[in-house]
Write a protein that binds this ligand. Structure first.
Ligand code: AMP
Ligand code: GLY
Length: 412
């Protein structure tokens, strides 16, 4: 079968790797990919959705796998499905679970899905009254897609009001700001594979969103992840019964059934698991740690979704652990320089390329998150040692890289 993967980051590189292990897949294209991915897999540029559709029809593509949220939120999935191309990604309407935090919160409230109490702030005249209704700290989130950077935790009312004003001015594609109760606990991510009616879940993974070791510093798109997270297993049933099942039923009841992968970002609190966010796609960098452990053919997963038979799907996993560590450009998540030279020798770990291009004698950085290095071993600690041993060998002296990926103590 032939697959077209849309996206250009380390996540899409990991997705391409999973398809390269698929018995059912003989041809793969990544659009646009990047020059690092292009070392291994065929990358091509298609300027718009019509060009993607033309390519799918001409090449008889059997499956389109959409990696990032933006094309899904823009309706590329609907556009291709309308032309009878099988797509592994939810519809634009279903993707509102990610693209509109207000929509997601409304669904969770109406269907009694556990999440933080919230209130919307639609204009600056509402800021003072809404903020006074929350104890500190309070979490402020821009509505709309913000690449993980639209969330600020504030510790006093004055700071909260100032941040609200700033977020309202920035407007990440939408108008409002969401003020939210601060949840205490530990975070974990879980992916649900859904065909709209049935679902199954993957291994747990844990992202490390803050820039610096010990979970301090600004929020980023994610600095590393590991899989599996064994401390989360006792909560799986509750998460499936009280969160994933109900939200998928809610989406059906609302007339926008959710087919694809639903990313559930959770806080495990003293009062049980609560939803921090839903995303309409695989997480980055969680995917780089989860997919290397997947033994099931990824094409079988896609077909189970598009053919509405996820009830028959059984996911199989390698019994080991994987640790994924991001190397980011200096300055990220703020402004960062480009064209920094990087030399990567032969490594045992896998290097997934996020933001690189080819230079004369070295790779050159072209983004904020540049590389994601992944090692796999029987035990978490061995995977951690292996990944950091190989990172030492990469010549990228200015890189920012957390040293404590996989070291959290997930306790209440
Ligand atoms: P989000 O973009 O909604 O995933 O938020 C980014 C990060 O902010 C999360 O991964 C959490 O670490 C933190 N966060 C978001 N909402 C809350 C909350 N209600 N309580 C505590 N931390 C939160
Ligand atoms: N790892 C966080 C995200 O993909 O949104």
């Amino acid at each position: 079968m032939k697959v077209l993967i849309l996206g250009s980051g380390a996540r899409e590189h990991a997705i391409a790797d999973a398809f390269s292990r698929s018995q059912k897949t003989d041809t793969m294209y990544v659009c646009p990919g990047n020059e690092g991915i292009a070392q291994e897999y065929k990358c091509l540029d298609l300027p718009d959705r019509q060009a993607i559709l033309d390519f799918c029809q001409k090449e008889h593509i059997d499956m389109v796998f959409i990696g990032p949220e933006q094309p899904i939120a823009d309706g590329v999935s609907d556009f291709l499905k309308d032309a009878a191309i099988p797509v592994f990604a939810p519809s634009q309407a279903a993707a509102r679970l990610e693209s509109s935090k207000a929509f997601a919160k409304d669904i969770m409230n109406r269907y009694h899905i556990p999440t933080a109490r919230h209130q919307m702030i639609n204009n600056s005249s509402e800021i003072h009254e809404v903020i006074s209704g929350f104890s500190m700290p309070v979490v402020l989130k821009a509505d709309g897609l913000a690449a993980g950077k639209g969330v600020v935790i504030t510790h006093n009312p004055q700071e909260a009001e100032d941040v609200c004003r700033e977020l309202l001015n920035q407007q990440f594609g939408s108008t409002g700001v969401l003020a939210e109760e601060y949840l205490e606990g530990w975070e974990v991510s879980l992916f649900a594979i859904s065909d709209g009616r049935n679902f199954c879940t993957t291994q747990f993974a844990q992202d490390h969103k803050q820039l610096f070791d010990g979970d301090v510093g600004p929020n980023t798109g994610g600095m590393g992840a590991y899989c599996p997270v064994l401390e989360a297993e006792p909560y799986r049933q509750e998460i499936e019964d009280k969160i994933i099942g109900p939200v998928l039923e809610a989406m059906q009841a609302e007339g926008c059934p959710y087919a694809g992968v639903l990313y559930v970002g959770l806080m495990i609190t003293k009062n049980g698991p609560k939803v921090i966010e839903f995303n309409c796609r695989l997480g980055d960098p969680e995917t780089e740690a989860v997919l290397p452990l997947l033994k099931t053919d990824i094409m079988d997963i896609c077909l189970a979704v598009t053919q509405i038979r996820v009830n028959e799907l059984v996911l199989e996993w390698d019994s080991g652990s994987a640790v994924a560590v991001v190397l980011a450009a200096p300055g990220y998540p703020g402004n960062y320089p480009k064209n920094l030279p990087i030399k990567i020798p032969q490594l045992e770990a896998k290097v997934y390329f996020a933001g690189v291009k080819r230079g004369e004698s070295a790779w050159l950085s072209s983004g904020g998150r540049v590389l994601c290095v992944v090692a796999q071993a029987d035990e978490l600690e061995s995977a951690r040692s292996a990944v950091y041993r190989d990172i030492e060998k990469i010549d990228f002296p200015q890189a920012q890289c957390r040293r404590d990926i996989g070291r959290r103590t997930n306790q209440l």
